[in-house]
Ligand binder design. Structure first.
Ligand code: FAD
Length: 517
């Protein structure tokens, strides 16, 4: 097997892998960095968000390429079908799978035993970061990681917001948007702190050369590194699986890569190895490599997700405000994305008020999309050792990696929390006036959030309840780091990517010191 030397190997090219690549290459320019991803390249620029592909057919092709073993378009499911199926517990592959992703469990027999049936992955250069909604709310009080000093926490978040180009000005005001903010503000503002009032959702989105939206994917985070061949010390390889890490006495001495189209294998010997292969496949790779700390794959968490779809009444819209359309002339007028922040104890929930095109529910808009508003509410689920990924000892997935299944259930407290969230969301829906027939309140099946956390969680000390320290270095290893939503040790209600990018920023401080030593 060919052997290649490098300073840093990064496994996974999503937003978190991209953060490591950008910061390490800026701060240690002489370091040779190799980043690999098992998925194919979707665009010339590495890791571009597919929403920036304006041609609809090409966009759909990029989604399909990201769907791992499922290389065809999923059938179009209306909101009525999906919501009804979720409510009745009728789970089928068509009802669960979403464009640009593929289900972890893709056969009905296994699905029946899977307690997180909607758990999904994206397998492409740029990872889920090529498909995400780009919502980047800062976590609220009880969602913060308690053992990271406040000043360090805020510094890492500010850098993460800079890398992700987070802005609240992505969408211009529209009559519908103003009405939505007013309605939500009327219900919630009184109980929220002054800096956690109802507001536009902070989004990872830039303005392009036409003044239109340019959604942030790994390409934006990578900066110049995203242009192929622009930097000789940085190399990015698609369709390259990291099959195994080789280790001895707490040091990763090699990583076995496999180029999937040819089956050719190569060993990379790197000073530092970073696994940022999402919250499910990061622990999968460690597990496959015989690195199995007690907490690995455990404390699996996600926020339960409840949806209701409402119609904005005509009389609530101020038609004197000019309508704004996306400057790239996308097919629908933009409503925007709004935020009812988490603020415990008065609102220990996260409200995301969404535009439809990226909703997990495909909605029939009857030619009138601007009046349909999706209310998504996330709530806390208790973080428990019992909720975990089950890695098979003898069965493999489509790539020959240990097959995954899930033990994941709601506690009595979780059920109470969900009931409270439903009540709060009903109050919001009632203020809008009209719940649409196809969009009645639905608790979506586990896995729907796409925000899986805790599986490589960080901790204050190596006591068996965590996998890495607060700089993401795996306990008892001197050169192995992990990144992604799996490192988040607390239960959260909202979108985790900003936090994971911030934790990668923090990890880089320690890695830079090691590389410069
Ligand atoms: C439709 C959708 C909407 C979303 N909306 C939001 C949102 O609004 N806000 C938010 O915060 N989050 C959102 N998310 C989730 C968000 O995209 C993820 O949190 C984020 O992408 C995580 O980044 P990551 O780099 O850790 O993992 P990913 O982006 O998933 O990237 C991991 C990469 O690792 C690769 N990989 C895995 N195993 C291996 C291996 N063994 N060898 C080589 N490569 C490997 C995969 O192919 C993948 O490309 C959304 C996701 C989707 C799909």
């Amino acid at each position: 097997m060919k052997t290649t030397l490098a300073d840093v190997l990064i496994v996974g090219s999503g937003p978190i892998g991209a953060t490591f690549a950008r910061l390490l290459s800026e701060q240690v320019p002489e370091a040779k960095i190799i980043m690999v991803d098992l998925g194919p390249r979707l665009s010339k620029k590495s890791g571009q968000h597919i929403k920036n592909i304006l041609d609809e057919k090409q966009r759909e092709e990029a989604q399909i390429k990201s769907q791992g073993p499922h290389q065809e378009a999923y059938p179009l499911i209306t909101v009525a079908e999906r919501a009804n199926a979720a409510q009745k517990g009728h789970l089928s592959l068509e009802m669960l799978a979403r464009a640009g992703t593929h289900l972890v469990t893709d056969n009905l027999e296994d699905l029946a035993k899977n307690q997180m049936p909607a758990a999904s992955l994206s397998s492409n250069l740029g990872g889920m970061g090529a498909h995400w909604t780009c919502a980047c709310p800062r976590p609220g009080n009880a969602e913060r990681i308690p053992f990271i000093p406040e000043e360090e926490h805020d510094k890492a978040f500010a850098k993460a917001e800079e890398l992700l180009c987070v802005s609240q000005n992505t969408f211009a005001d529209s009559p519908e948007g103003l009405a939505i903010m007013k309605i939500l503000g009327g219900v919630f503002n009184e109980k929220l702190a002054p800096d956690r009032q109802v507001q536009r959702m902070p989004l990872a989105c830039k303005t392009d050369e036409n003044g239109g939206q340019y959604w942030v994917g790994s390409d934006v985070i990578l900066g110049e590194l995203a242009e192929a061949g622009s930097q000789s010390n940085f190399e990015i390889r698609s369709e390259t699986l990291c099959r195994k890490l080789i280790h001895e006495n707490g040091t990763i001495t090699g990583a076995v890569l496999e180029h999937l189209p040819t089956g050719e294998q190569e060993e990379i010997k790197a000073k530092i190895v970073i696994v940022a292969a999402d919250a499910l496949r990061t622990p999968q790779l460690l597990w496959a490599s015989g690195i199995r700390p007690r907490a690995l794959g455990h404390y699996l968490n996600e926020h339960p997700f409840i949806f209701t779809f409402v119609e904005l009444r005509e009389d609530l819209v101020d038609t004197s405000v000019a309508k704004m359309y996306d400057k790239n002339n996308r097919t629908e007028p933009t409503i925007g994305v709004f935020w009812v922040p988490f603020d415990a104890p008065n609102h220990p929930f996260h409200g995301q008020i969404m535009h439809m095109d990226v909703s997990p529910l495909k909605i029939e808009t009857h030619g009138n999309p601007k009046h349909i508003v999706g209310l998504g509410w996330g709530c806390l689920k208790e973080s428990r050792y019992e909720d975990h990924i089950v890695f098979s000892e003898d069965k493999n997935d489509y790539l020959g990696m240990p097959k995954m299944n899930f033990k994941f259930s709601l506690t009595a407290k979780d059920k109470e929390t969900i009931a409270e969230a439903m009540e709060i969301q009903s109050q919001a829906a009632a203020a809008f006036g009209k719940v649409i027939k196809e969009g009645e309140q639905t608790l979506m099946p586990p896995g729907t959030s796409l925000h899986y956390e805790g599986t490589t969680r960080m901790g204050e000390k190596n006591d068996g309840t965590s996998v890495c320290d607060s700089f993401s270095q795996v306990w008892e290893f001197d050169n192995l780091f992990v990144g992604g939503n799996g490192v988040i040790p607390v239960a959260t209600t909202s979108n985790p990517t900003l936090t994971s990018v911030a934790m990668a920023v923090r990890a880089c401080e320690k890695i830079v010191n090691k590389l410069k030593r």
